[in-house]
Design a protein around this ligand. Structure first.
Ligand code: FES
Length: 319
């Protein structure tokens, strides 16, 4: 997960770049620690942190190190030369530099399952590495399909090599596009976790949920394109604050609440990072995020007001 836009972030302090390593062409790994060496907040596989860059913009990066090392975070960042500059700023960091951070936060949690299939595209390997470690620790069978334009560009192949043929690397430059449907699990109990480019995730999501099984969980780098879908006016109530606002078609729910004096902490503003997660007390959300799966959308218990709206005339939030 990466390349978010400017916004507020829950301040968790500062980390120092303890080590910097070029993993492949265009991918740098940073090891982060507290300047005083004290422990960092705990996290679980699938979590990410916010980094607050020098110009105040905030980017999210998946934690890809050892969750049991309480004193270090590890991230790996792909440089996007035609991106908005966040990855270039992270690549410019050097050992000894300090940077603000927020989180960790987890919108891509690993649910218990008898078996896992992990699908990684390029730098999408990062949130999946701790999941692999967790599956190994719990002795749960797993397989991984790891795709990229060339092996030389795929990070952590050395780390994964000890897992033998559990990890299948698909070099698209050599072999062409992978036939993803051959990877669709035959066993409905297998849970699928995927991270990578949109086209890959669209294809994995198209597998859908098998009967009595679970739909694949995906983590996207960018917002879904339908976040700008037609919007209508509705009323929103922040129940704990006793505030009621009208959300106009041209504004976000988070923006309308802020206008009413209820601040929702946001970061990406695109429904991809999870920072603004808010519980719903009444009403039916119009989910426009990339974070919730179908079951969570149907349950309607939480939503992301930076992008999501209301299906009905009224939404009551636990704010
Ligand atoms: Fe990122 Fe709402 S601020 S999901």
């Amino acid at each position: 997960m990466a390349e978010m836009v400017q916004g507020a972030v829950e301040d968790r302090g500062v980390v120092v770049i303890e080590a910097r390593r070029e993993l492949t062409e265009g991918v740098v790994e940073l090891t982060l620690a507290r300047p005083d060496g004290s422990r960092l907040p705990d996290w679980a596989p699938g979590a990410h942190i916010d980094l607050v860059l020098a110009d105040g913009t905030v980017r999210q990066y998946s934690l890809c190190g050892d969750r049991w090392d309480a004193h270090r975070y590890r991230i790996a960042v792909q440089r996007e030369d035609d991106g908005r500059g966040g990855s270039r700023a992270v690549h410019a960091l050097r050992s000894g530099d300090t940077i603000g951070f927020g989180g960790p936060r987890n919108t891509f949690r690993l649910a218990p399952a008898p078996e896992y299939l992990f699908v990684a595209g390029g730098i999408g390997i990062t949130p999946l590495l701790p999941m692999v470690r967790q599956a190994e620790l719990l002795d749960i069978p797993w397989r991984m399909l790891y795709l990229g334009r060339s092996r030389e560009r795929l990070a952590y192949l050395d780390e994964l090599s000890r897992h033998g043929d559990r990890v299948h690397v698909h070099d698209a430059g050599e072999l062409g596009r992978a036939d993803l449907d051959t990877w669709r699990p035959a066993d409905a109990a297998t849970r699928v976790y995927a991270c990578g480019p949109s086209r890959l995730l669209d294809a994995v999501e198209a597998w859908g949920a098998p009967p009595a099984g679970h739909a694949p969980r995906v983590e996207r780098f960018t917002a879904l394109t339908d976040t700008t879908a037609a919007a209508t006016r509705f009323e929103a109530v922040a129940a704990r604050s006793g505030v009621r606002v009208t959300v106009e078609p041209h504004e976000t729910l988070a923006g309308a609440l802020a206008r009413g004096g209820v601040r929702v902490v946001t970061s990406c503003g695109q429904g991809v990072c999870g920072t603004c997660e808010t519980d719903v007390l009444a009403g039916v959300p119009d989910h426009r995020d990339t974070l919730l799966d179908d079951d969570e959308r149907r349950a309607g218990q939480c939503m992301f007001p930076c992008v999501s709206r209301s299906r009905g005339d009224l939404l009551v939030l636990d704010l």
